[in-house]
Design a protein around this ligand. Structure first.
Ligand code: HEC
Length: 126
């Protein structure tokens, strides 16, 4: 009985908390109040915005490939969901790293529109 309850709880928790990359695109588009543009996302991701790095400095211009941390040289698994099923499945992780990486790259947080655009581009990569 105890096992059945634990399994039921686990299934429920998965249903409530598991998110898909599409869920994040939907959420960011809703927050932005405008549709995303994959083309704009590609430009944003690969262009330096006044700082030392662009997103591509660590995640590469082709995020279906593994990246490398621009400072520590540590390996980073691919960011594109098509190449890495673990990406964009956990809101806490997604929010934490968007905040940290945008601050490192832009010296500010990314806007919902910028996040929506990046998501649209990453989802379009095969
Ligand atoms: C200085 C290196 C560096 C830069 C620049 C960088 N990132 Fe990252 N990023 C990381 C590291 C390290 C992680 C966490 C380790 C991991 O998840 O592989 C990460 C993880 C992420 C995640 C977590 C996704 C998930 O669900 O696992 C997102 C989203 C992300 N980065 C987006 C961005 C965006 C957008 C930019 C540009 C604004 C950017 N990153 C720039 C190093 C970087």
């Amino acid at each position: 009985m105890r096992h059945i309850l634990l399994i039921a709880a686990a299934v429920l928790a998965t249903n409530v908390y598991a998110e898909t990359p599409r869920d994040f695109l939907t959420r960011f588009e809703k927050e932005a109040g405008a549709p995303a543009s994959a083309e704009r996302g590609a430009r944003f991701f690969t262009t330096k915005q006044g700082g030392e790095w662009s997103c591509a400095s660590c995640h590469t211009e082709k995020p279906t490939q593994p990246g490398r941390h621009a400072r520590t040289d540590k390996a980073i698994t691919p960011l594109a969901p098509a190449a890495n099923a673990e990406r964009f499945t956990d809101a806490a992780k997604v929010d934490k790293w968007f905040r940290r990486n945008c601050n490192d790259t832009l010296n500010r947080v990314c806007s919902p529109q910028e996040k929506a655009d990046v998501m649209a581009w990453l989802l379009a990569l095969k």
